[in-house]
Write a protein that binds this ligand. Structure first.
Ligand code: ADP
Ligand code: MG
Length: 646
C-alpha cells in the first residue's frame, strides 16, 4: 500500500464568522492524490477550486477535517514548517502570474531559491538555466510589464521549478492566455508530469482538464466525479520531511537581498522617500549642530573666564541697604584687605574719559589709573617698553603705558613711542610702554582703547577731586578661595565701617551664571532637535505602513513561494533601517557642512564625535523602532488574503 502524497478527509472550509455571515465553501472533501499524478480539478467559477488549491498548497488551513501530507498531519506543522513545505515541495502557478512587478524575470525566478538559502551564484545559475529551458533566455532582465502574458506565465512556471517544484499547483494557468500561449503552457505541464512532477491543475475548461490523466469534478464545494487515481511512470523523490526546516545559508545573503529590494523600493518612490529622509536629516543635523554650537559657546566662555581670571573680584562703595550716605573705601581699608590670607593683589582703579593730547593729535580717551599689578591681574603682557613699577606708583611718577589702539591714534607711524609725552588733562606724562592687543571683553570694555597711569599719580594730577577709587580689583590666591575671600573681605570692611556700605562683585560668578543660561539653552535646543528626530521616525513609520499596504500582493507572493514570517519582517525592517541610515548619513554630512559654514562666519562651533555618533545611532534606532510595527504587520498578513490584495 503506497502512502498518498496528499490525503484529504472531511475537509471543510468556512469563510466569514464573527460579525460577518459565515459561508461554507467546501463541504467535506475526501481525496487522495499520489506522487507523480497529473490531476485536473474542473468546475464552474465559484465552486471552490481555488480554495481547495490554497489548502493543498498550505497557504491556508481547513476549518475542519484532516490534511495528511506524505502521511503527516499538516495541522501539526507550525508557520515556519509550512513555509518550508511551500518552498521545498510546492510550486505555484497562478492565473494572474503573480510576479513581483519591480523585479526582473530572473529575479522573480530566484525568489524561492533565496528563501531556500541558496547562494547567489547558484540561484542565478538555476534561474537562468530554467528561463533558457522555457524559451526566455533573452528575456531574463525584462520586468513583467515588458513581457507578454504567455511569457509571464512561463516565468512563473520557472519560479515554481527553481527549488525542484515536486508538486506543481497551477490555478487556471491558461485562464488569461490566448489559445496559442495556453497550449504552450499546457505542453510544459505535460512535460513536467512526464518527468515525474506531480501536477495539480485547476480549470473551468473541460477541454483543458481532459488533457490530464485524472479529472476530478467539483460542484459547489463537493466532489461530484473522480476518474480515479492513475499510475505514473516516473516519480520524483520528495524532500526529506524530517530534515531540518531551517535553511542553511546565511543571514548575510538575505540581508543583501533585503537591502537590494529596499533600495529599489526607495528609488521607485523617490519623492516620497526624499520627504521621509528629510525628517531624519533635519533631526540628525540639528542634534549635531545644536550640541556643536552649545559646546562652542561654552568653550568661548571658558576661554574668556581664563583671560578675565577666575580669581578676580570687584569691590566698590555703595549706599547701605538700610539707608545713609555712600561709604568710602580708604587706602587703609585696602591695606587691610591686602593683609588677608586669601588675597594676592589689590588694585584700586579710577577711570574716566579725559582729553589727551600729543602734538596736534587730540582725543578724549579712557584714562585708567591703576596699580603696577595690572599686567598680572589681567594676565596681559606689555608689547613695547615696560609697565610702571611699585616705586613709580608710590612716588606718583608721571608715566603712562598706552593701549594698542591708543598708540595708533597718538603715534601713527612712530615705531618706538617710548620717551614721548602725552598731555593728560593738563599734566604731562612720559610714555614708558605699549600694551599688547587684547580686544573687547565680555562687557564691551575695550582695553586697547585706553591709557594706563599709576593710581597715585592719577589721584594727584588728573582725578584731583576724586576721594576714593571708582572700584577696586581684588585678585585672590586661587579660584578655590573666591567665596571665602569674599566673606572675609565683607566681614573685615563691615567691622571697619560699622555698616555694609560696599559691594563685592565676582567676575567668575557672573561668567558662570552666563554659562548656566547657555547650558540650559543648549539642553532645550537639543531637546527640540531630538523631537524632530522622533517626528522623522514617525515619518518613516508612516511611509512603511503605506509601503506595506501597497506591496501586500508582493508580500503574498513571497509568502506563497516560501518566505517565513521572519523573512518578511526582516525585509521591511531592513527597508526602514535603510531609510534611517541614509537619512542619518546625509544628516551628519549636512550638520558638518552647516557647522563648517558657521565657523567661516566666525560663530564658534565645536563638533563632538560622541554627538555625531549618538545622533547617527539614534537615527538607526528610530528606523528600528518605528519600522518594527509596519514590518510586523507585513509579516502577520495571511498569505491568501495578501495574494488577493491589490
Ligand atoms: P473558484 O476558484 O472555483 O472559482 P473559489 O475557491 O475562489 O472558487 O471561491 C469559492 C467561493 O468561496 C466563492 O463563492 C467565493 O466568493 C468564496 N470565497 C473565496 N474566498 C473567500 C474569502 N476569503 N472570504 C469569503 N468568501 C470567499
Ligand atoms: Mg479560482
Amino acid at each position: 500500500m503506497v502512502t498518498p502524497l496528499i490525503e484529504l478527509s472531511g475537509i471543510r472550509k468556512r469563510y466569514g464568522g464573527g460579525d460577518r455571515p459565515e459561508v461554507e465553501v467546501l463541504h467535506g472533501i475526501d481525496l487522495c492524490i499520489f506522487s507523480g499524478e497529473f490531476v485536473a480539478f474542473v468546475g464552474a467559477s465559484g465552486s471552490g477550486k481555488s480554495t481547495l488549491m490554497n489548502l493543498i498548497g498550505c497557504l491556508d488551513r481547513p476549518s475542519e477535517g484532516r490534511y495528511r501530507f506524505a502521511g503527516r498531519d499538516v495541522a501539526d506543522f507550525d508557520a515556519d514548517r509550512l513555509a518550508w513545505l511551500r518552498r521545498e515541495a510546492f510550486g505555484f502557478v497562478f492565473q494572474g502570474y503573480h510576479l513581483i512587478a519591480s523585479e526582473t524575470a530572473r529575479e522573480n525566478v530566484e525568489v524561492p531559491a533565496l528563501y531556500a538559502g541558496l547562494p547567489e551564484d547558484e540561484r542565478r545559475r538555476r534561474a537562468s538555466a530554467l528561463l533558457e529551458r522555457l524559451g526566455l533566455g533573452g528575456r531574463q532582465d525584462n520586468r513583467p510589464n515588458q513581457l507578454s502574458g504567455g511569457q509571464q506565465q512561463r516565468v512563473s512556471i520557472a519560479r515554481a521549478l527553481v527549488n525542484g517544484g515536486r508538486i506543481i499547483l497551477a490555478d487556471e494557468p491558461t485562464g488569461a492566455l490566448d489559445s496559442h500561449s495556453g497550449a504552450e503552457v499546457m505542453a510544459l505541464l505535460h512535460e513536467l508530469a512526464a518527468a515525474g512532477h506531480t501536477v495539480i491543475l485547476i480549470t473551468h475548461d473541460r477541454d483543458v482538464a481532459a488533457q490530464a490523466k485524472r479529472v476530478i469534478e467539483i460542484h459547489d464545494g463537493r466532489i461530484t466525479h473522480d476518474s480515479g487515481p492513475s499510475t505514473p511512470s516516473t516519480v520524483l523523490p520528495l524532500p526529506e520531511l524530517d530534515g531540518a526546516p531551517e535553511h542553511s545559508a546565511g543571514l548575510r545573503d538575505e540581508l543583501v537581498e533585503a537591502t537590494r529590494t529596499a533600495w529599489r523600493a526607495m528609488r521607485m518612490n523617490r519623492g516620497r522617500t526624499g520627504l521621509t529622509l528629510l525628517g531624519i536629516i533635519i533631526g540628525v543635523a540639528s542634534v549635531i549642530l545644536m550640541l556643536a554650537i552649545g559646546e562652542g559657546a561654552r568653550q568661548r566662555i571658558v576661554e574668556q573666564l581664563g583671560s578675565m581670571g577666575t580669581t578676580i573680584m570687584y569691590l566698590g562703595s555703595k549706599p547701605p541697604a538700610s539707608g545713609g550716605p555712600v561709604g568710602t573705601i580708604s587706602e587703609d581699608d585696602l591695606e587691610a584687605v591686602q593683609g588677608l590670607a586669601e588675597i594676592r593683589r589689590v588694585m584700586p582703579v579710577i577711570g574716566d574719559p579725559i582729553l589727551v593730547r600729543h602734538g596736534n593729535v587730540e582725543r578724549t580717551i579712557y584714562v585708567f589709573a591703576g596699580s603696577e599689578a595690572l599686567p598680572q591681574i589681567f594676565r596681559w603682557p606689555v608689547k613695547h617698553g615696560r609697565f610702571f613699577n611699585s616705586r613709580e606708583h608710590a612716588e606718583m611718577a608721571p608715566v603712562v603705558v598706552v593701549g594698542n589702539k591708543a598708540y595708533q591714534y597718538f603715534f601713527p607711524g612712530v615705531a618706538n613711542p617710548i620717551g614721548r609725552h602725552l598731555l593728560i588733562g593738563n599734566a604731562p606724562f612720559e610714555v614708558i610702554g605699549v600694551m599688547s592687543s587684547r580686544g573687547a571683553d565680555g562687557w564691551g570694555q575695550n582695553y586697547d582703547d585706553m591709557v594706563f597711569i599709576p593710581y597715585r599719580a592719577g589721584r594727584a594730577r588728573v582725578y584731583k577731586t576724586q576721594t576714593q577709587p571708582d572700584y577696586t580689583v581684588i585678585d585672590v590666591v586661587s579660584p578655590a578661595v573666591v567665596e571665602t575671600a569674599e566673606t572675609a573681605i565683607s566681614r573685615l570692611l563691615t567691622d571697619r565701617h560699622g555698616r555694609e556700605d560696599f559691594g563685592i562683585g565676582n567676575a567668575a560668578a557672573k561668567v558662570k551664571a552666563e554659562m548656566r543660561t547657555r547650558d540650559a539653552m543648549t539642553v532645550m535646543l537639543s531637546l527640540i532637535a531630538a523631537v524632530s528626530l522622533v517626528v522623522g521616525g514617525i515619518g518613516v513609520m508612516n511611509v512603511m505602513l503605506m509601503t506595506v499596504r501597497e506591496r501586500t500582493r508582493e508580500i503574498g507572493i513571497r509568502m506563497a513561494t516560501g518566505a517565513r514570517q521572519r523573512d518578511i519582517q526582516r525585509q521591511f525592517l531592513t527597508e526602514a533601517v535603510l531609510i534611517a541610515l541614509s537619512g542619518g548619513l546625509i544628516g551628519v554630512a549636512a550638520g558638518l557642512t552647516i557647522g563648517g559654514a558657521l565657523l567661516l562666519w566666525g560663530i564658534p562651533v565645536v563638533f563632538s564625535l560622541s554627538a555625531i555618533v549618538g545622533a547617527f545611532a539614534c537615527a538607526i534606532a528610530t528606523g528600528l523602532i518605528f519600522g518594527w510595527l509596519p514590518a510586523r504587520q507585513a509579516s502577520r498578513l495571511d498569505p491568501v488574503v495578501a495574494l488577493a490584495g491589490e
